[in-house]
Each structure stands twice: as C-alpha cells, then as structure tokens.
Design a protein. Structure first.
Lengths: 155, 155
DNA sequence: TATTGTTATACTCTATAACTATA
DNA sequence: TATAGTTATAGAGTATAACAATA
C-alpha cells in the first residue's frame, strides 16, 4: 500500500490501528464482565464516586438511560453492584458497588495496565511519556470543542 | 473524575477521545458518500491499486463479502465505481473506479487533510511530527502481532 | 466438489415510545 | 404536569446460511 498519495492516511491509519489494538485487548480483558467496556465504566463510577442515580450515571457516561437499565440489571445479577432506594426521592435508584464489585474492579484495572503495556511495548519510558503527553493535549482540545458526553467509551 | 486510581485510563481515555474526534470529523466529511468511511476505503482501493475482485477487496479491507456486495452496489449506483467481468474467471468481478470516482476521491482526500488539521490543531509542527512518528511505531508493532486484516476502518 | 457473488434470514445493538410510580 | 425507571417495539448494522453460476 505504499502509495504516497495516501494523504491524511498516515495519522488516521496509525490512530485507528493503535486504538483498535488497545480496544481489542481491553475488550478481551472484559469479556466476562457483564456489559463489557461499558459495564466497566459503570462499575468504576460506582466504586470511585459517591452513589448517583441511574440517570445521572447515564448522562455522565453518555449512555442512553434505557441501556443503563439493562446494564445495571446485568451487573446487579452478577453481584457487582446494587440498586438502593434514594431516601429523598422514591422514584430514583442509587447505584452502589458491592465488595465483590470493588474486588472485580481491582482485577480489571490490572488488566487495563497490562493492555497499556501491550500497546506501548515498542516504546521506551521517555517515548511513552511523550506520547501520553501529546495525546492528552490533543484529547483535551478535542473534548473542549464540541459536546462530548462520553468520557471513556471505546467505540 | 480526578481520581489517581484511574490506572490505564490516561492512555485509554486520551486515545479514545482523539480517535473519536478524528472519526467524527472524517465521518461527517463522508456523510454523502455511499457506505461512509468504508465506502471511502473501497473507492480508494479501486482508484489507487490494480483492479481486484470483490473477494480480494473484502479480505484486504476486513469487510465481510456479503457487505461488500451492498457497498459496491451503492458505490456503483452513485457512478463512482464499476463492476467489470474478469476475463480469466467468469465468476469474479473486478472493481474499477470511474472518472467521477477519481474526482470524488480527490475531494474526500482534501477533507481528510482538513480533519487531520482539526485534530492536530493544538500542536505545532514539531510536536505533530513527533506524535505521528510515535503513533506509527506503535501501530506497526500492533499490526505485526495478531491478525489485523482491517487496514483503516474507523469504528 | 470448491469458489465467487448474490440473496434471504437472523441476530445484536441501539434508539423511540409507551407505561408505572412517584414528585 | 413533569421526572426516574422500566418495558416493549422498531430500526440500523452485521453475521449466517442458502443459492446460482462457474471453476
């Protein structure tokens, strides 16, 4: 394919290839988690942040609220999170992580670290830091512009 | 979300954000092209490389051969490519670009250049080259490992 | 019998709308 | 009347399987 007319291809191709490699590794690591990568997002939010309602969670993560219902159904069935009645509004449900959920998240985070290692394998520490820095600068700029609700979806 | 336990998030988040920003811009640029980004891949292959059969094209681009049928139907209906009988194998159809297809591809390539500019806007020329270089190194390594048929798919 | 391309069918994911129970 | 959550329905996109023509 070494045609020089490839244009924007250089960046687009590399970006796509790297993203897919990372996404594939991450998705594999989350193969057994209900909801896959998005299940991870919900679980992570439930563990790290104060309990929020399903709607708040859905808006934060850029997930449709009807999808959030199924997602939480599955995660709750797996015993990773729980729905708790909101004492101040009996319509709302607060999403909280269980002990099992916290432990599961720890394992998943390990897997994510590994996935990152796999992707960055060909670079030494200096180059990794450089790539991270440049990507983050570009990412922050990209998020600043248009409305970007999704905070970590894979694709 | 400023929790330091965010783990691999730094890379994964930035990668996802940048990728989605680029993918969105590119997809918008190809909104009127039949088949969207994948229509572009087929058109580009038809223009730049020697005519190939639908199956060869499908395998090269990582597209299912049944999808390729629809894709080529739409591109042909738009007058951008043509199906030609393969003289050496009457089962096969060679995919070739029309003049209109070539011209359309030129315009799309312009749009891609612009999309790249949009994404890389916050970086100066030196940093852009650095990012490109690092991403390409990582991408080449990622492609070398597992079977990666898809050469430029976005989603 | 195997292969290219097409067509028909089914499945997955997601979005839309309707429903309930609260407010 | 509006909102949180659920459920039901429909749509897009994709994969699977069956088919026709040719090798």
């Amino acid at each position: 394919m070494a045609n020089s007319a490839g244009v924007g291809h250089d960046l687009g191709w590399a970006l796509g290839a790297v993203f897919r490699c990372y996404a594939r590794t991450v998705t594999e690591a989350m193969a057994t988690l209900p909801g896959g990568p998005r299940g991870y997002q919900v679980l992570s939010a439930a563990v790290h942040a104060a309990p929020r309602t399903q709607l708040a969670l859905a808006q934060q993560l850029g997930i449709d609220r009807t999808v959030m219902t199924y997602l939480i159904d599955d995660l709750a069935r797996a015993g990773l999170i729980e729905r708790q009645s909101d004492p101040t509004d009996r319509r709302a449900r607060r999403v909280v992580a269980t002990e099992a959920g916290r432990s599961e998240l720890d394992q998943l985070d390990d897997a994510l670290r590994t996935a990152e290692e796999v992707v960055l394998a060909p670079l030494d520490e200096t180059d990794r830091a450089t790539l991270r820095g440049l990507l983050c600068r570009v990412a922050r700029h990209a998020m600043a512009g248009p409305d970007e609700a999704a905070t970590g979806a894979l694709g």
